[in-house]
Design a protein around this ligand. Sequence first.
Ligand code: PSU
Ligand code: MN
Length: 302
Amino acid sequence: MNLQIESSVSDALARNQPVVALESTIFSELGLPAPANVEALERCQRAVVDAGALPALTAVLDGVPTIGHADPAVICGPARKVAQRDLGVAVAQRWSYGATTVSASVTLAAAAGIEVFATGGIGGVHRGWSDGGQAGCGDISADLGALARWPVITVSAGAKIFLDLAATVERLETDGVPVLGWRCDEFPAFHARTSGLKVPHRVESAVEVAAIARAHWTLGGGGILVVAPVPEAHALPRDRLDQAVDSALAEAERQGARGAEITPMVLAALGRATDGDSIPTNLALAENNAGVAAQIARALCA
Ligand code: PSU
Ligand code: MN
């Protein structure tokens, strides 16, 4: 199998210039509805460039794991979801477009030698994971295992609000993933800046994150999660959000969502339940994460 790394990306890495990996699921039809996905892709890439780094999109294209620039018409179109475990299948079966989730993206970033990755919100432990009664039964995102395994810094607005955030935070601790609050004291809840859960460590600067990462990796550590809250102006009010999440989860349950379908179905239902207001919030937080990731990538290269 060959890993297709665009020459601009491999050149930048060889010259110790900052690169930020991006996932593709969020920009595909599985992530955000058109045309918001096209706008999200443009804004995230621009945020990385404006902060002085090179964006590198991860995807499986015609069966080839690819890192670099890709045709927005493909990236923002119909896709099959590729988590880490699906990478080999997508390659061998030559999937035309496999959109990478966080778990697949950090796998590819690590394979390419990219140290920083930006997403919207990571997957985590689903609500009802232990009680058998809900769609989320037993569902723990592969994002968590991949985060623990690969030595990549992931920048995310916490984890998606419809998850069991307390269980997600605990799981990160068990797996040995440092969670660093980017100028915040609480674990962000994706569309909301707060969750009531404390982050173990607060950081104020990219230089600080870089120093922590270097020390963590010297001691054999894997991934690091930097959580950045959605910018204040774009956060959704908490009460409205809680209601929308309840109705979105109920809708996904009625539709019989299982396994990998759950997250895309709940995200779409959440868009409807907020009359579309969750979409600009999603765009703003993804763009913000991309900019923070670029600052960290620069600090790592300094
Ligand atoms: N956050 C978003 N939109 C998304 C996702 C996260 O705002 O589409 C995707 C990411 O690719 C993440 C995946 O890795 O959902 C997690 O899916 P699951 O819960 O099935 O592991
Ligand atoms: Mn899952």
